[in-house]
Design a binder for this molecule. Sequence first.
Ligand SMILES: Cc1cc2nc3c(=O)[nH]c(=O)nc-3n(C[C@H](O)[C@H](O)[C@H](O)COP(=O)(O)O)c2cc1C
Length: 394
Amino acid sequence: MLATKVGGISFDCCVYNASGPKTNSIEALIKIGNTAAGAILSKSATLNAQDGNELPRFINKIDLGGNYCNGSMNSEGLPNQGIDYYINDEALSQIKKCNKPYIVSLSGLTLNDNLEMLKRIFNRPLDNINGIELNLACPNIVNKPVIAYDFDQLDEVLNEVSKLINSVKKKTPILGIKLAPYFDPSHFKKAIEIIIKYSVVKYIVTTNTIGNAMFIDAELECAAIAPRNGLGGLGGGYIKHTALANVYMLYKELVSNGRTDIDIVGVGGVHSGLDAFELILCGAKAAQLGTCHWTENGDCFKRVASELKQIMQNKGYNSIEDFRGKLKPYMKGSKQISKMSTTSNPKIQDGKSKSLLFIILPIILIIALIICPYISIDFAGLQNHYLLRIVKNN
Ligand SMILES: Cc1cc2nc3c(=O)[nH]c(=O)nc-3n(C[C@H](O)[C@H](O)[C@H](O)COP(=O)(O)O)c2cc1C
């Protein structure tokens, strides 16, 4: 029911992990392999291992007291073990045992680093690496602007990557690119205009964190994390609606260019089956979990997948293709999201209890009206009693 294909790679389940949280080591990736996640996606690798930015560099729901809409902020600066660690023989053979597609995320510090990492992947046994997610959107590298925001650079990177892939004589892993969130309609248009020039790009992952946010410790009057003057990338519940809009707008652009052969994977603020359902309605073929995976561990994949399944069953859908990309324009009454029956989203549950109140209150009123004639209350007696007490007190 939740099976999908991303860029031609078959997933048993359309819910899987985002690159970053709990993906740094092979042990962590195998843990993901033993969950309900539909695929295993590595931490973004750089050419050489690196420690990332100074600590502390991450804030999540737990640090925030649990009530900040499951949000997160990080300025990790790509701590990782270097590309060779994620694609060596031992790693590949262990990951293969999990029987799920393995996707390696790359985030080179330069174009040459990205090309070198790609060459190293192409030299590996390629049946063990199903996909490559080229991250063009990391907002947390000191002195490195986000490639996805610089359209000339985006074009240049895709051109060079394309040339390299086309020069390889054997079948290479499927290429996806990860984008940063866009905020202006002209940017969705421009990004797609560039991406569709390169046939090697089979899918788009949107979105990385919203860069350069800030949390402040008002008591100490200081920034809440150490790197980059306290600036970090916003994730989790804070960005769900930006992620929805990015999936929707990019999907629309692809459709209007006749390029539905390029798939979209949605990421940003997914914490429930309903969140995943909404991303798929906007056009996504799969949903990744980042912050949620960090705070809830590997069980989140099973929970979110079974919530999504329940929603689909309630609506009579047999596969995600039954509703994918079929978001309708506004309709009268469309705010009644509380009617959704299966979700762990606290806001929706809140809505549910409100609608329950609307049902229960009238019932109580009707019962009260029916039994009223059988109960006699001595109103005059009560009045006298209170009047006497008032006189006494004075
Ligand atoms: C601690 C942390 C580390 C991350 N590291 C990476 C990374 O290495 N590569 C990448 O493409 N995205 C990285 N991200 C971004 C996530 O993959 C994801 O795009 C973003 O957090 C939004 O998803 P979420 O709301 O589910 O967290 C990281 C996010 C977090 C919170």
